[in-house]
Design a binder for this molecule. Structure first.
Ligand SMILES: *[C@@H]1O[C@H](CO)[C@@H](O)[C@H](O)[C@H]1NC(C)=O
Ligand SMILES: *[C@@H]1O[C@H](CO)[C@@H](O)[C@H](O)[C@H]1NC(C)=O
Ligand SMILES: *[C@@H]1O[C@H](CO)[C@@H](O)[C@H](O)[C@H]1NC(C)=O
Ligand SMILES: *[C@@H]1O[C@H](CO)[C@@H](O)[C@H](O)[C@H]1NC(C)=O
Ligand SMILES: *[C@@H]1O[C@H](CO)[C@@H](O)[C@H](O)[C@H]1NC(C)=O
Ligand SMILES: [Cu+2]
Length: 170
């Protein structure tokens, strides 16, 4: 595919993802009856942080659409824990996953890992998985670092979350 076309497409898709999250935000901010909305969205809502397995039963894997997953699994809250589960390197697993935190939206769109920070290496997803707490009220851009961005780009192993401040909902 022509790279220019790919980039335009990605931008449009990204804008639509942002649009979706914004409508989420607005809905939450008009909180007149948020209790019932919360209740219907996430039954058994409590003020204690949640622990969410990234990808659900798919775990952290090549080809799974994490943007869709993040949208369906949200909203997330400050102090929620994301759990990344993936197999360690082995003979069968020669391109093991990892987890990077990217600095901004542009790096995220382009899957540019240059200024990213590796927060979990190839072995840390084993067993109970790698746990990451969304400590701050800011956007988090996650990506897999395998094969220099190939897993991120082609494998769709990227998503971002903007956690809410839970106390607004007290
Ligand atoms: C996800 O990880 C769990 C271990 O934490 C494992 O039991 C399960 O089989 C994994 N799922 C897939 C699809 O690999
Ligand atoms: C990735 O980002 C770095 C630093 O921000 C930049 O120098 C480099 O050109 C970028 N790579 C690509 C492929 O865009
Ligand atoms: C990955 O990180 C863990 C925990 O910090 C460390 O014990 C392990 O040696 C690292 N493994 C590799 C392959 O770098
Ligand atoms: C995930 O799926 C959505 C909806 O089908 C699509 O718009 C988006 O481009 C996909 N994400 C990636 C990274 O392929
Ligand atoms: C998150 O947890 C820290 C440490 O337990 C606490 O001080 C902070 O108030 C919590 N933040 C929110 C928004 O719940
Ligand atoms: Cu990967």
């Amino acid at each position: 595919m022509d790279p220019k076309y790919t980039q335009a497409l990605v931008l449009v898709l990204f804008a639509s993802i942002l649009g979706v999250s914004n409508s989420y935000l607005n809905k939450d901010w008009q909180y007149s009856d948020w209790g019932s909305k919360r209740g219907s969205h996430r039954p058994g809502y409590t003020a204690t942080p949640n622990k969410i397995i990234v990808g659900g039963s798919a775990n952290w894997t090549f080809g799974f659409n994490y943007s869709v997953w993040a949208f369906k699994s949200g909203p997330f809250y400050v102090n929620d824990t994301l759990v990344f589960k993936y197999d360690p390197p082995s003979e069968k697993n020669i391109h093991p996953h990892s987890v990077y935190l990217l600095p901004d939206m542009w790096s995220f769109i382009n899957c540019n890992l240059t200024r990213g920070v590796k927060i979990a290496n190839e072995t840390q997803g084993a067993g109970e998985g790698f746990r990451f707490v969304l400590k701050n009220w800011k956007p988090y851009y996650f990506a897999c670092g395998a094969s220099d961005g190939y897993h991120c780009n082609v494998g769709r192993m990227k998503f971002f979350v903007m956690p809410y401040l839970r106390r607004w909902h007290y």
